[in-house]
Design a protein around this ligand. Structure first.
Ligand code: GMT
Length: 377
């Protein structure tokens, strides 16, 4: 198949899922064409069956906002024609599903019928897409896609409820490549980061308000009062400074390392004892799944799709949003009981295995077949 993938190229989970999916499809022999404004962070385009086409938006002084959707739909039209693409898979509804719909209409004028698969990732529905300013266009473009997927049952229900979308939405979860994690374990350098008696607690995100990074710091403060530990803060974003300031205010800055954005998240996760994800909401929580694949149990909010990933009391704990006391006490119960910690680590790994790439890529291929059947009709 010749597949066009549209995604955000940044460190967010939707871009990671799109990139890893594209790489897996290319390895399986499909021709994959990524189209976005910058090379996706996890994409090494120098591999067989992968091409990257940059969407270029020329600046013009008249425009207060540069018309990215227009440039994207033009690129989609050109690339579908040039590379004879069979289908377009767009990740994140805004504005990708809308741009794909316009491209599809333009192509139809020339007798080319291209199916559109739209994958909803979370904030495109729960935080941004349901805003009254976007809702009509987002709802319209979801309804116009040939096949729609969401990354959790929770997001599927949110889409029906918040946007009033009535159509079928197929749940295809986020995934990890468990073999990659197994291989990286052989080269895990724990001693680089902490003393043997210290526990390592990790948080990975883009430090946006929805991640509640201040909660991470507050939970860790409670942990380190009772148990020697280090906190690894991985990622960057608007709330990083606030988190750094809070560490100084709580006098725990010597125990906290801010590592910034990293392409080597598994190298950090492999020596972590516990992962904290106290988000306001997560449609799935790819960061939690990646932690579990590295045998790291997760303490997270009982919100969105997180209960579909983390099993409470088995591979981690689910607690109410903002209840940093409960999160800290669960964390301490695990970090101070090595036998229990070991049991949770194994359970986290076994849970992660159920989301292995080998189970999920066939689900997308099946979706593609269904989308192709839509245009053949
Ligand atoms: O959570 C983020 O800040 C990034 C965001 C994105 O769109 O890139 O992640 C969303 O998509 C991921 C991949 O499907 C999910 O695992 C995340 O849970 C979801 N984030 C939210 O729902 C807040």
């Amino acid at each position: 198949m010749r597949i066009g993938i549209v995604c955000y190229p940044t460190f967010g989970g939707s871009g990671v899922v799109a990139t890893e999916l594209g790489i897996a499809l290319a390895q399986a022999g499909h021709q994959v064409h990524f189209m976005t404004y910058k090379q996706p962070v996890r994409l090494n385009a120098l591999q067989p069956n992968i091409q990257f086409h940059e969407v270029y938006v020329p600046e013009y002084p008249l425009f207060h906002y540069q018309p990215y959707e227009l440039a994207l739909s033009s690129t989609l039209v050109d690339m579908v024609k040039l590379h004879k693409l069979d289908l377009l898979h767009v990740h994140y509804a805004i504005p990708h599903a809308y741009a794909a719909y316009i491209a599809k209409q333009m192509l139809a004028e020339t007798g080319i019928y291209i199916p559109i698969v739209t994958t909803l990732h979370g904030s495109d529905i729960t935080l941004v897409g349901s805003h009254p300013f976007y809702k009509p266009a987002v709802t319209f473009s979801i309804n116009q896609s040939d096949v729609v997927t969401s990354v959790s049952q929770s997001l599927c229900e949110d889409t029906h409820r918040l946007l009033g979308v009535k159509r079928e939405i197929n749940v295809v979860p986020n995934f990890i490549d468990i073999l990659k994690y197994d291989k990286l374990r052989e080269d895990c350098k724990r001693s680089m980061m902490a003393e043997p008696h210290e526990r390592i607690v990790t948080h990975v995100s883009n430090f946006r308000p929805v991640k509640r990074v201040q909660d991470v710091v507050r939970i860790f403060k409670r942990i380190v009062e009772k148990q020697p530990a280090k906190l690894m803060m991985v990622g960057d974003g608007p709330d990083r400074k606030m988190a750094e300031d809070l560490c100084a205010e709580l006098k725990i800055e010597d125990h906290v390392v801010f590592l910034g954005n990293s392409n080597d998240v598994y190298r950090i996760l492999c020596f972590s004892d516990l992962f904290l994800l106290p988000s306001q909401t997560e449609s799935f929580g790819l960061a939690a799944l990646e932690a579990m694949a590295a045998r790291t149990p997760v303490i997270c909010s009982n919100e969105g799709g997180l209960p579909e990933v983390v099993q409470d009391g088995v591979s981690g704990y689910l607690t109410p949003v903002g209840d940093t006391d409960a999160m800290a006490s669960k964390a301490l119960s695990l970090l101070t009981d090595l036998d229990q910690l070991r049991t949770f680590k194994e359970a986290a790994y076994h849970r992660a295995k159920t989301f292995d790439i080998n189970h999920v890529v066939p689900m997308y291929l099946d979706i593609y077949e269904r989308a192709l059947a839509c245009v053949a009709r």
